[in-house]
Structure formats: C-alpha cells, structure tokens
Design a protein around this ligand. Sequence first.
Ligand code: ADP
Ligand code: MG
Length: 378
Amino acid sequence: MKLDAKALRYMSSEDFRVLTAVEMGSKNHEVVPMSLIAQIAQLRAGGAHKIVGGLAKKKLIARVQNMSYDGYRLTYGGYDYLALKTFAKRGTVYSVGNQIGVGKESDIYLVADEDDNQHVLKLQRLGRMSFRTIKSKRDYLQNRKSASWMYMSRLAAMKEFAFMKVLYENGFPVPEPIDASRHCVVMGLIDAFPLRQIEEVGNPGKLYSELMSMIVKLAQYGLIHGDFNEFNILIKSDGSPVLIDFPQMVSTSHINAEFYFNRDVECIRIFFRRRFGYESALYPRFTKDVTREFCLDVQVAASGFSKKMQKELEAYQEEIKNMSDEEEEEDDDDDSEEEEEEAQDIPSEVTEDEKMAIKLRNIRLGNTEETESEEEEE
Ligand code: ADP
Ligand code: MG
C-alpha cells in the first residue's frame, strides 16, 4: 500500500473528525456501526453519512457488511493519515518524500520536518500478507475480537521505538528515535548503505570484530537483536556500522535466548565467509561470553512496552515464521480484494544511484490543527 500524503491536504477537519471516530470505534468493534461513528464524531447524522462516503471513496475506510449490521473499518490508508496528522501537529513530519524501502512488513519513507531536516518514517504493515489465516488458527487473539493488523502493527512500532530509545540513550550506534504514533516511527536518517550492498571493505577483520562486539555488548545489556544480518546493518562511509530494525528483539532472559544469540553470531560468520572470504576462529558463544551487567530489557518494559505486549507480538511473529507459502496462497479471506488492489510492485531494493538521487518532493501535509491523537492503551 502506497502512502499518499498529497491527499492529506484536501482533508477537511470534519473528515478527520469522522476518521478519528472510526479509529476510536474500532477499539471495541471490528466493524464500527455507522450510528456509533456519527455519535462519536458528533455531527448531524446526515453530515456524518456524507463524510463517511467520501472517506470510503478515498479508501481511508472500507464499508463492511456484517451479519447483523453495516459499518466501516479503518484501512491502512486511513491509519497512515491519522499518524501523519499527529506527526504534523507535533512538527516532526512536515513533508513526505520518496519511498526508500519496502519490506514484507514495513514501508520506509524519507520525510522532513519544518526546518527541512530529513528523517526516516517507518510504517509497520503487519498482516499485509495473510492475517486471517493466523487469526483463525491461534488462540492468542481470542479475547481480542478486533485484534488485527492495526493492533499488531502498533505493537511492532511501539516496540521498535522503545528499543531504539534505550539503545540510543545507552550509546549504541542506532538511528535517533524522533517520534512514534500508532504503527509509525520517525527516526534519524542514516547516511549509509546496508552491508548487503557492500562488495568490499578495507578491513573485514575489523568490521567483523566490531559487529561481534556489538552482539556481545547488547547481551551484556540484556538484549539480543534477533535479526542481526546484512540487511539490518548499515555501513557509513567511514566504515562504521549502524544497527536498525528492532521489532523482533528479545531479552537475554528469553527462554530461547541462547538460540537467538548464536543465530545472530552465525549470520555474521556466514556472511563474512561468503562475501569477503573472511573467517575467524574467534566468535562469541552465549553461555561462555555473556555476562549480564545492565538490564535494558527491564528499561524497555518500564517504557510502556509491557511484557504482555511483547508476548502478543511474539506469538504473531512466530506464527508468521511458521506459516508456509502454501497457506498464504490458500488464504482467500474477504479482505484480500482490497489488499490486492493495494499491493504495489515496488522493487525491494533501491539501487545506489536511485538512493543518491532521492530528493524530497515537498508534499506538504496541510493544516495541522484538529484531531486528537488517539493513542492511549486499550
Ligand atoms: P524491515 O523491517 O522491513 O526489514 P528495516 O527497518 O530493516 O525494515 O528497513 C528497511 C530498509 O530501509 C533498510 O535496509 C535500509 O535500507 C532502509 N532504512 C531503514 N531505516 C533507515 C534509516 N534510519 N536510515 C537510512 N535507511 C534506513
Ligand atoms: Mg530489516
């Protein structure tokens, strides 16, 4: 799904009021009844109806015919708008530029604040693939009927922001955490290329030991990245590494901590052998090399990303991992129509030239009054 920031300019305050009403209503309704939307938005019934139609046309909400009633649900497009509106209000995002990355479960855009400082906006897109399959199979969502891509994406973004923050504050080389809302995180732009795109380094041994030290230091602080690979390590022009992508981080007290730790180490060993022909007999082992000295995992939990949230997100992530491609193809839920429509053919890797050429198009986000941010916990 592509982020269309331009249309944000043409949204009236009443549009946002109704969009916000749908978001609020979806906290306890999978499909928000029209009457509830009108009630929350506090517009004349006729007025709300008309606006709802307009929002549906713009695909910010989608009409759903239920067994017992008709109503609407928020789409990713609508959720994007609400987050952008919040950022615009806080002054952290003023304009949206080019897309610089697209993962299976995220979209990455270049953005700028009012002073034209460039940042990175990461939008979580959990459930883009096939949420219904997971939902029907697992019981972890049972108590949460409206559990959804929306909630899971929000958890992933909250987690990413919480970890980035403690890591940044403790001097780890990670992007600066700037702002977060709903399923989105705004962070510092790192002028660097993923290790994946680096064909040669001056001193592979030096980089290798820097990366291994980082893995060990993280563990000494109580954390394991969990996806420490050539895609999530950016290399700056001076050769130094920056770590990104934190939604799958785990504590060293996690039941599978040793497995995750050793897998991170193994990822680097394999990559260095294949890419640079570099091999070392020295590499850290969880049992041997990790003595825990700080508890950043506890700090993260204290920041508002609770253990319960961690568990919910982890259950989802496990399920995604286990899901075979076959199941994904079989999955023909009634959301798929829209998802197909929204699917974009964006190349998964941006070439260096393209990346260098990326310039902000300065799409202004429009007026920034109105709309309360709806972020309090359910
Ligand atoms: P995903 O969860 O989809 O893997 P990542 O956070 O790893 O998302 O980001 C995907 C890509 O976007 C990265 O490989 C990198 O090229 C780019 N990217 C992400 N964050 C930044 C950043 N702060 N600065 C520069 N590039 C970034
Ligand atoms: Mg990544």
